[in-house]
Design a protein around this ligand. Structure first.
Ligand code: UGY
Ligand code: MN
Length: 246
């Protein structure tokens, strides 16, 4: 797609970034074979985690010991996962959590298998062991209304227990539904809009957003969302949780 006069919906500011798919540039990524990557959020943007999307050829993937903690969500295609004790095939909606130093082998079974990855340094907590590797699928998670708003339903993909320093949640908004408040909080977010469209308030700006858009929200960035259009809007997002501010 070409653009006249250099227009883009992408915006990068010190307290948030909106990155739209037309501007993606893919490249190989260390540690993954037969894989194209687009790094969408990273420490050099100001974030304390990385979020990237990977497109794998058949047989593409990675193996070894995880350097940091990793959350991998299958957007489309098929991915086999081999852990020390388990093997599984993940389809769309399937996911894998790996703590640091976990042994893994991943291999795509379909051409153009697409993955969303969140990677960050695990923050140890005294008296707590890091979580064990976890495999799941969003279809098995029961959603609950967010802050009593039945038209905004949240699924927590990871257990909400102190060993986890990250949460990854799936939000579904019926047309016209909103975040009940303008949130302003210490946790940062990495977000991928999976379906539908809406308006995202970020700081003092309001942006139209649609499926495929990525958003980074720094700590304390005021945020609010309304789903527009005639179909539900759905996004997956990362959040740092369960740790002290110092
Ligand atoms: O969990 C959250 O902070 C979530 N409600 N934020 C968001 O969707 N921007
Ligand atoms: Mn939030």
């Amino acid at each position: 797609m070409t653009t006249l006069y250099g227009a883009t919906r992408s915006v990068v500011k010190s307290h948030y970034a909106l990155i739209t798919p037309e501007g993606h540039i893919s490249a190989p990524i260390a540690g993954w074979r037969a894989t194209r990557s687009v790094i969408l959020i990273a420490p050099r943007l100001g974030a304390q985690f990385a979020q990237y999307q990977l497109t794998l050829d058949v047989g593409g993937g990675g193996d070894g010991l995880s350097a940091r903690e990793l959350f991998i969500y299958v957007l489309s295609g098929s991915l086999t996962v081999q852990l020390d004790s388990r093997q599984a095939t993940l389809l769309s909606g399937g996911y894998l959590y790996l703590p640091p130093a976990a042994r893994y082998a991943l291999s795509a079974q379909e051409h153009n298998t697409e993955l969303l990855v969140i990677e960050r340094a695990y923050m140890p907590q005294s008296n707590l062991l890091p979580p064990a590797p976890l495999i799941g699928k969003e279809q098995d998670i029961v959603g609950t209304p967010f802050m009593g708003e039945s038209a905004a339903v949240l699924k927590l993909l990871l257990p909400d227990v102190p060993a986890f320093d990250m949460a990854v949640n799936l939000f579904t908004f019926q047309p016209g539904a909103t975040l009940p408040i303008v949130e302003t909080h210490i946790m940062e977010h990495g977000l991928l809009l999976l379906q539908g469209q809406g308006i995202y308030r970020l700081g003092d700006d309001w942006h139209p957003v649609q499926a495929g858009d990525t958003i980074w929200m720094a700590p304390f960035c005021p945020q609010w969302f309304v789903a527009t259009g005639k179909t539900p809007a759905r996004y997956i997002y990362y959040k740092d949780v369960n740790r002290h501010p110092f």
